[in-house]
Design a protein around this ligand. Structure first.
Ligand code: S3P
Length: 175
């Protein structure tokens, strides 16, 4: 039985790599944010706006416990998931955990284009966005670094790049 949790900052490629890795390994894939959105029939942005971050974190924790019941699965978590409650030790106790490590410059470039769906970023752009990433990444690192594996996944430009990462990560997870 395999249960793999991909963690890392927003824009780290957890969903992109998780989907491909699930294909490669023949496992099911769940994106925790999508799971939450489908369960509550609301976008993450709406949940934040209507109920606030604290309530979102409660839902996120509950849904994490639900998906952790499934077997032979890869879960891409939200960027904040490991940093609240005992979520990180919970994931370590019930599966393999991976921290996808990406440089601040690369995260900033990716998030510049995809910030509307991420309420935590509050529409910051340019230098303000980069400064925010630097600061919040620093406070989140102690959680991310509790992952069993730290995996550098800087380049995900093409499908080929992603597949190579999947192959490498699959090898590491099999050790
Ligand atoms: C969050 C990351 C998002 C989502 C929510 C909060 C965070 O997930 O869970 O907007 O606090 O970092 P992604 O990492 O998939 O963007």
């Amino acid at each position: 039985m395999q249960r793999i949790f991909l963690t890392g900052y927003m824009g780290a490629g957890k969903t992109t790599l998780g989907r491909d890795l699930s294909d490669f390994l023949g496992l099911s894939f769940i994106d925790l944010d999508v799971f939450i959105e489908e369960r509550f029939h609301k976008t993450i942005r709406q949940i934040f706006a209507e109920r606030g971050e604290e309530a979102f974190r409660e839902l996120e924790r509950r849904m994490l416990h639900e998906v952790a019941e499934f077997e032979d699965i890869i879960v891409s978590t939200g960027g904040g998931t490991p940093c609240f409650f005992d979520n990180m030790s919970f994931m370590n106790a019930c599966g393999q955990t991976v921290y996808l490590r990406i440089s601040i410059d690369e995260l900033a470039a990716r998030l510049e284009m995809a910030r509307q769906t991420r309420p935590v970023l509050q529409n910051r752009t340019g230098e303000a966005l980069k400064a925010f990433i630097r600061e919040s990444l620093e406070s989140r690192l102690p959680f991310y670094e509790q992952a069993r594996f730290i995996f550098d996944a800087e380049t995900m430009d093409t499908h080929d790049d992603v597949r190579k990462l999947s192959e490498r990560l699959a090898q590491i997870l099999a050790q």
